[in-house]
Structure formats: structure tokens, C-alpha cells
Write a protein that binds this ligand. Structure first.
Ligand code: CTP
Length: 397
């Protein structure tokens, strides 16, 4: 897939640089030629010798290395690649890219290039969440840089949250998608994702165990195929895909309004785990504990967003895809659900606790359409997303 592709891989300083070594190996396994560049800080984490041994090429380290200028100037080095990949990318290199600074080899290459650039951020969660980093991120995305990750998880520094570099295989998938066909370019696709929170009072709410992982992976896969993605998300654990138009909502009603505002779209995929009921007359003051006096919650039905969109007349998206979270009789229940809601496809999955699917990294789905029920093997949520995005592209072609 990456046969004969030339990748200039810039490793910047961070503990994730060790994953860069694996990345080099996997890129080369797929046929890519990797020219490595190390920043001074990266050399604190991986040695030039190990990097060049794995890449099978000289490592470039210094802007003012005259031998390199004679062999290959930095302008030529930056332009001879098919893709510049910065992995791991620190907050510092992202700041330099956003500002157009060129004070070392890596930043100079990034400023001098007319080659597509992909960045895999890796940093402490506070640094990632800092408004300055988010400003820099928005700037480099606006400048046309594509971003992969970061993931949420335990970090080397002992904290938890977004900032962990994507795994090498996720980065490879993004690189392959970059070089692959972009059949969804010019298409507008809506994705709903994550749980909803239905308030009981200002501090309490009813929620569910959806992490938003499947929806985020799907958004990413649709972007990779060139779609414009409107990503309407409830309060999810997983960060929304960078590059999508993200609309953050909390409740089912908020999600319905955001979905209406996003229409018209070519396709709509409803991956959100929407609460079927909300608490009627949620209190605007915190309910106080009164001994022996339990509050009785009254529920009201939430709008069924999928059914409303699937059954709208004019303006209905060309393809409407729902998910069905079931714990028993998966095919029968999901087939009935598809008919009841009026959507084109249902992606059914078994969310019984023993499957580990809800909140986990894998999924086992059955795609139900006019053609019947098609069982997909258990695979990562990322792979389900890639396969489903490709199916959507085929359907819209
Ligand atoms: N859905 C929606 N709005 C709702 C409820 C569900 O858009 N108020 C969508 C979900 O995003 C999903 C599909 O409908 O694509 C099915 O969700 P699921 O929870 O499996 O089905 P329910 O309609 O809630 O049915 P049940 O709880 O009886 O299984």
C-alpha cells in the first residue's frame, strides 16, 4: 500500500519517541522509504544510531551541517518526500508550525516544504488542553496539516486524558488513507456520537456507558475518505476527530436541535447512545436529602432523532444509518428496529457486559440492510469504522 512512498519522518522530543522506532519499522514493512529527522530533544529519548539502523538511511539532525547542504539542502530534503510525518509532535513543534518559526532543522523543513504534512501530537494532557495548544492546533489545521490522534489514556507522566500519541498502526492507517482514494470528497456526512446526559438537577444526571469511541473512529474514517464531517457529540470519553466540524451537546433534545441545524447532508450516521427518556421537570436547584423521603423521578420520552430524520420527506439524507445496541436476539431485534425507524441500514451490536464492547476497543457488528444481515468478524472499532466508511462511500458513489 505504501510501496515507493517517500516519508520524511520528524521525531521530536517526548517519551512517545520510542513508538517512533516501531513506526519506522512498520512503514518500511509496507514498502515506504523513511528518511528520519531528529530534533535535539528527540535525541534524549532515542539514539540517532537506532533510528538510522531501523530506517536504513542517514539521520538528519542539524540545520548547519555543511556536508548535508552539499549532499542535499534542507529545501530539497523537505520537498523530496511524498509526505512529512511529525511523530511524536510536541506542543513546541506545533507552536513553531503555527507561528512559522524556523530555528532548527525540523521547523525549517516544515516551513520550507510544499509537501503534505501529517502530525501525531504527544504531550501531557494539560499541555494538550491548554488554550495556546488548541489555538496552535486550529491554526495548523487551517493551514492544511492533517492530525492523527492524540488518544486518551494513562500517560507516562502519571496523568490521564488526551495527549497520548496514537499507536503506530493508527498512524499507519492515517498515512495509508492519505495516499488512498478520497471517494467522499465533496460529500457532507453527519455523525452523532457518545452518550447523552439527562439532568435530574444541576449536579446529577442520567447517563449510559457509551465512550464515543465507535463514533469518533467513524468520523475519522469518513474524513480520511475526503468527506466533510459534522460531528454532533454528547459528553464522550474519546476526543472528537480533528478536522470535523464538532458540535458538542449534552441532552437528547440538544442533539436533535444540532442534527436539524446540520441538515441537509448526503449521509447521516447515528452512532450516539441517546437516552430514550429524560427526567420530566428536572429541578433547577439541587435536590436535598431528606431522611426517609426518596424523590420519585418522572420520565418523559425523548425525541427519536434517527427515526425523525429517516422518516422526513424532502431533505432526507440519501443514506440514513442507525446503530442498534442489543443484549439479546440481536438480528431479530435490529431487523425490527430498522423497519420501525425507517433507516436504510442498521449496524447491530451485542452490548451484553460479557462482550466487553460498550466502552471497549473492539466491536462485533452485523450490518442489516435490504440485502439481509451480514455478520462482520470481531475487529477493532477503528477497522469497523474504516469498513463502514468505505461502504458509505460505495453507496453514495
Ligand atoms: N437513537 C436516536 N434517538 C433516540 C434513541 C436512539 O437517534 N432517542 C438512535 C441511536 O443513535 C441508534 C438507534 O437510534 O442509531 C438505535 O438506538 P438503540 O438505543 O439501540 O434503540 P432504541 O430506539 O433506544 O430502542 P431500544 O432501547 O428499545 O433497544
Amino acid at each position: 500500500m505504501l510501496q515507493d512512498k517517500r516519508i520524511l519522518l520528524i521525531l521530536t522530543g517526548g517519551i512517545a519517541a520510542y513508538k517512533g522506532l516501531d513506526l519506522i519499522r512498520r512503514l518500511r514493512e509496507r514498502g515506504a522509504a523513511v528518511t528520519p529527522v531528529l530534533t535535539r530533544a528527540a535525541e534524549q529519548f532515542v539514539t540517532p544510531l537506532s533510528v538510522s539502523a531501523l530506517a536504513g538511511e542517514k539521520v538528519y539532525r542539524d540545520l548547519f551541517d555543511l556536508t548535508d547542504e552539499a549532499e542535499m539542502g534542507h529545501i530539497q530534503l523537505s520537498r523530496s518526500a511524498d509526505l512529512i510525518l511529525v511523530a511524536p509532535a510536541t506542543a513546541d513543534i506545533m507552536a513553531k508550525m503555527a507561528q512559522g518559526r524556523a530555528d532548527d532543522l525540523a521547523s525549517t523543513l516544515l516551513l520550507a516544504t510544499d509537501t503534505p504534512v501529517m502530525v501525531a501530537p504527544a504531550m501531557n494532557v494539560r499541555m494538550w488542553d491548554h488554550p495556546a495548544t488548541q489555538r496552535n492546533l486550529a491554526q495548523i489545521v487551517a493551514d492544511g496539516v492533517s492530525i492523527v490522534g492524540p488518544n486518551k489514556g494513562d500517560m507516562a507522566c502519571g496523568e490521564y486524558g488526551p495527549g497520548r500519541m496514537s499507536e503506530p498502526l493508527e498512524i499507519i492507517a492515517a498515512v495509508e488513507a492519505h495516499f488512498g482514494p478520497r471517494p467522499l470528497s465533496g460529500k457532507r456526512v453527519l455523525v452523532t456520537s457518545g452518550p447523552t446526559h439527562e439532568p435530574i438537577d444541576p449536579v446529577r444526571y442520567i447517563a449510559n456507558r457509551s465512550s464515543g469511541a465507535q463514533g469518533a473512529a467513524l468520523g475519522r474514517a469518513l474524513l480520511d475518505l475526503g468527506a466533510e464531517v459534522i460531528f454532533v457529540t454528547g459528553p464522550a470519553d474519546v476526543a472528537p476527530p480533528v478536522g470535523a466540524q464538532v458540535v458538542a451537546v449534552e441532552t437528547a433534545q440538544g442533539m436533535k436541535e444540532a442534527v436539524s441545524a446540520a441538515l441537509p447532508v448526503d449521509a447521516a450516521v447515528f452512532a450516539a447512545a441517546v437516552a430514550d427518556w429524560r427526567v420530566e421537570g428536572a429541578s433547577d436547584k439541587k435536590l436535598k436529602k431528606v431522611a426517609g423521603n426518596m424523590p420519585a423521578l418522572q420520565f418523559a420520552e425523548n425525541p427519536d432523532i434517527l427515526a425523525e430524520v429517516a422518516q422526513m420527506g424532502t431533505g432526507r439524507p440519501g443514506l440514513v444509518v442507525g446503530f442498534a445496541a442489543e443484549t439479546n436476539d440481536v438480528v431479530d431485534n435490529a431487523t425490527a428496529k430498522r423497519a420501525r425507524k425507517g433507516c436504510d441500514w442498521i449496524v447491530a451490536n451485542d452490548v451484553s457486559p460479557e462482550t466487553g464492547i460498550m466502552g471497549g476497543s473492539e466491536n462485533a457488528v452485523i450490518l442489516i440492510s435490504d440485502a439481509g444481515a451480514e455478520t462482520w468478524p470481531r475487529m477493532s472499532k477503528q477497522d469497523v469504522a474504516t469498513k463502514l466508511a468505505q461502504r458509505i462511500a460505495d453507496a453514495l458513489a
